[in-house]
Design a protein around this ligand. Structure first.
Ligand code: GLU
Length: 432
């Protein structure tokens, strides 16, 4: 009973249960399931559930027309146990503190699962980047960076791109932090432009990792190599290159959507032509070599592989019973709700969880940080080979844990990740 707890315990209890949006609820449920399997006590559970540090800031912006507006931004450091906090910054109208908390927690598990020496963090500003001019975006980014400056840094917390941000935003963050420091600090962000110490292969790394595990998963469920089909939700940082790499692997991508609509071609979409069309018009709909498809139908197509690579909570209890793909590879963070996950498992679909499937981005962020620390840059093939090696090892670890413990891939991935963070925490001990 909460009312019998001491104030500090009450605070912890409310953090675990109150005011949660569904995406944070899902993240907490996934953690609770892993804690249960691992047999950890409530104290360790609370340690892993509650973020170490959170910062919410008002970000004032002078608009081009001279008026002033204030946006709300957050940076949440869920864990610092295995190394500096690590995770992207998102610019989207849907950003909330609870969403950022969930995304930060997932970064902790992702970094642990891929065995990169980081904790987990996430940041976000609630705004529509398309509604700002380039100079407004720059001013906003510089002010947000200044506000969170006390808690970021190459050894503290290292931001990277996420939805609505890109290498140009990272360059402004790097510059703002460096001006405040009095010298250039390339390690403060990853996903930087190559000219500022970025890594080869970083921009396409998440997509490369998605396709790497998708091929392993199709093999795992014995989908024959010829005539494989896929649908990809999202044509942004992850979906666009994932669709391209899937077609390179002879998988026919029959449907693709973006935030405005979806297109379908049963004979396979020409991804390079579609990309040209999107570069010209800003959206997939209207592509002449395809027919329009109601976007919600994309998730329910009769394909071998479904790649949700857009936003959270798109596979829900409502549409999960109609999902027909045998393999679902989560290119986005949190695309499947907990209840939907159970339905998919019951229906025999293999879900490759986000913390494994989309980890290629943070893996190459780690490579970028390592290259920067050594001031020695690798060629594209080095990056690709090392990424494949890390993705393969994580895939093998998850599949063998799932087999040994009789778990879904998500539960197995969570158990491995949570155990690594808990082990590190127990070795360090609780201070004081
Ligand atoms: N935003 C990406 C993610 O969700 C990359 C994070 C990073 O590279 O730090 O994994």
């Amino acid at each position: 009973m909460t009312d019998t707890l001491a104030p500090a315990a009450q605070a912890t209890a409310s953090f675990l249960t109150d005011g949660a949006t569904s995406v944070l609820d899902d993240a907490k449920r996934q953690l609770a399931a892993a804690i249960d399997i691992l047999g950890y006590d409530d104290g360790l559970h609370a340690m892993l559930a509650v973020p170490r540090r959170e910062m919410t800031v008002g970000v004032p912006l002078r608009r081009d027309d001279g008026t002033q507006q204030v946006f709300i931004g957050h940076r949440v450091q869920h864990s610092l146990t295995r190394g500096p906090a690590k995770g992207g910054v998102r610019y989207s109208p849907h950003v909330t503190l609870d969403e950022v908390r969930a995304l930060a927690m997932w970064m902790t598990w992702k970094c642990a699962l891929l065995d990169v020496p980081y904790g987990g963090a996430k940041g976000g500003v609630a705004l529509d980047p398309a509604a700002l001019s380039m100079s407004e975006l720059e001013r906003l980014t510089r002010r947000f960076t200044t506000e969170i400056l006390p808690i970021i840094g190459p050894e503290r917390d290292i931001p990277a791109p996420d939805i609505g941000t890109d290498e140009r935003v990272m360059a402004w963050m790097l510059d703002t932090y460096s001006v405040a420091s009095g010298y250039t600090v390339p390690g403060v962000v990853t996903g930087k432009p190559l000219a500022l110490g970025g890594s080869r292969g970083r921009a396409s790394a998440t997509s490369r990792g998605v396709v790497h595990v998708a091929l392993r998963a199709l093999e795992h469920v014995a989908v024959p190599a010829s005539g494989r089909t896929a649908a990809v939700q999202g044509f942004g940082k992850v979906g666009r290159d994932a669709a391209k790499f899937l077609t390179d692997a002879d998988i026919s991508v029959v449907a693709i959507s973006d935030q405005y609509g979806a297109v379908y071609n049963g004979a396979g979409l020409n991804i390079l032509d579609l990309a040209d069309h999107v570069d010209k018009t800003g959206r997939v709909v209207g592509f002449s070599a395809a027919e329009a498809l109601p976007p919600h139908e994309l998730l329910e197509l009769d394909v071998d592989l479904l790649v949700p690579a857009a936003v959270e909570s798109v596979i829900t209890v409502e549409n999960a019973p109609r999902v027909r793909a045998s393999v679902i590879v989560e290119g986005a963070n949190g695309p499947t709700s907990t209840a939907a996950d159970e339905i998919l498992a019951r229906n025999g679909a293999l879900v490759v969880p986000d913390i494994l499937a989309n980890a290629g981005g943070v893996v190459v962020s780690y490579f970028e940080w390592v290259q920067g620390n050594q001031a020695y840059w690798w060629n594209a093939q080095d990056v690709e080979d090392r990424l494949s090696e890390k993705m393969s090892r994580a895939w093998d670890d998850v599949v063998s844990t799932a087999r040994i413990r009789g778990l879904t891939l998500r539960a197995a991935a969570m158990v491995l990740a949570v155990e690594r963070v808990a082990d590190a925490h127990l070795l360090r001990g609780l201070y004081p």
